[in-house]
Write a protein that binds this ligand. Structure first.
Ligand code: GLY
Length: 371
């Protein structure tokens, strides 16, 4: 199978996202043109390391590139000050210089953390993203958002720091547990819902086969990355259109907070539920036909991912409490909540003109289905 290439055109910060099977084993040759000296430092996590680090180290060795590696604990808790300190100090111990390249091998946690470490190390070194989850391949590895979580919330400390290259090896997705694959799918379906109804039609046909079919999987990653690159090129630092990528995220962030960022709800699962709720809210506001939220829910159901609040185990707070959690979202501007709503499938837009009582009504009805 061929390698697809999506350029992300951002002037001096431009780079390629290369997508296809076997890229991990070719990483040495792919990264070599970026190097001023034959040396890289890799940061990964303890889940990914046993699966993929040996292949990556061999790929660098085959090109005569010296590689050292650090494996951090897996999980969201790693996106934190202590691990940022550990990673940056380790990178300094490896004598990473201003003109060197750092490699982030892993999912969104490692990509965001090591992207941020690279942004602040020696006032900025280049880094390469090698995303190993579906979520990271279609979303977090592209676009340069980097950062960590703090006690006050997720992603509240960080910077825009674009990678110099993204290698999305679609064959590594075969080692993903089914739940993680489906969680990543929440971000894939988001692209169809926000801006490409033909892609959503295609996903309705092909979504259930993506996990088993390498060619379909690559096509889904490619279309998602093309859409993300297009939006990031228009609005790198989220002054406008980039907020569309947050479809489903206002609800998702409140639900993640309510469930303590635990195993009860993975981020991509929250995005899927959040997309269904955003379409429900859009319909209640008279923006889109009833058919749209029904179609979104039917497709998510067919995929076997979480769709409703009833799919989240354990207790949830009241609708009012969930709305209050949304008020702590990064997307609050001048105290007004911003929502991504839709006039139909593939027609999302950003607005802060949403009556809180309509949001509460949607949440109350969704919570009532749990009983
Ligand atoms: N994940 C949303 C963004 O990159 O803007």
């Amino acid at each position: 199978m061929t390698i697809d290439v999506v350029p992300v055109s951002l002037g001096t910060r431009s780079y390629q996202v290369r997508i296809g099977p076997g890229l991990l084993a070719q990483a040495g040759a792919e990264v070599a043109p970026l190097l001023r000296r034959k040396k890289v430092a890799i940061v990964t996590d303890e889940t990914v390391a046993p699966l993929h680090l040996e292949t990556l180290m061999a790929a660098f060795a085959a090109q005569g590139i010296t590689a050292t590696a650090l494996a951090l604990p897996a999980g969201e808790a790693t996106k934190s000050w202590p691990h940022l300190a550990r990673a940056t100090e380790w990178l300094l111990e490896q004598n990473v210089e201003r003109r060197d390249v750092v490699v982030a091998l892993g999912g969104g946690v490692i990509g965001d953390l090591i992207g941020f470490a690279s942004a602040i190390l020696r006032r900025g070194v280049r880094f390469v993203q090698i995303p190993t989850t579906l979520l990271a391949q279609v979303d977090s590895s592209v676009g340069g958002k980097t950062g960590i979580n703090t006690a006050q919330g997720k992603n509240l400390v960080g910077s825009f720091h674009q990678p110099s290259l993204v290698l999305a090896d679609t064959s590594v997705l075969e080692s993903l547990p089914a739940r993680d694959f489906l969680a990543g799918y929440g971000e894939v379906v988001k692209y169809g819902l926000l801006g490409d109804s033909a892609f959503f039609d295609w996903l309705e046909q092909n979504g259930p086969s993506l996990r088993a079919d390498p060619a379909l999987r690559q096509r889904a990653v490619l279309r998602s990355v093309q859409m993300k690159a297009d939006i990031v090129e228009r609005d790198e630092t989220e002054e406008g259109d980039r907020a569309l990528l947050n479809l489903g995220h206002t609800f998702c962030h409140a639900l993640e907070k309510a469930t303590g960022y635990s195993d009860r709800l993975l981020h991509g699962e929250g995005v899927a539920i959040g997309c269904a709720l955003a379409f429900e809210l859009s319909q209640r506001l008279g923006l889109c036909a009833q058919e749209a939220p029904s179609r979104v829910r039917a497709h998510l159901r067919a995929m076997g991912t979480k769709v409703d609040l009833a799919d989240i185990p354990g207790d949830l707070p009241s609708a009012e409490a969930l709305l209050a959690l949304m008020g702590q979202d990064k997307k609050v501007v001048d105290g007004r909540l911003r929502f991504i709503l839709a006039r139909g499938i593939g027609q999302a837009f950003v607005t802060d003109a949403v009556p809180p009582e309509t949001v509460i009504g949607v949440l109350q009805d969704a919570l009532a289905q749990r009983r």
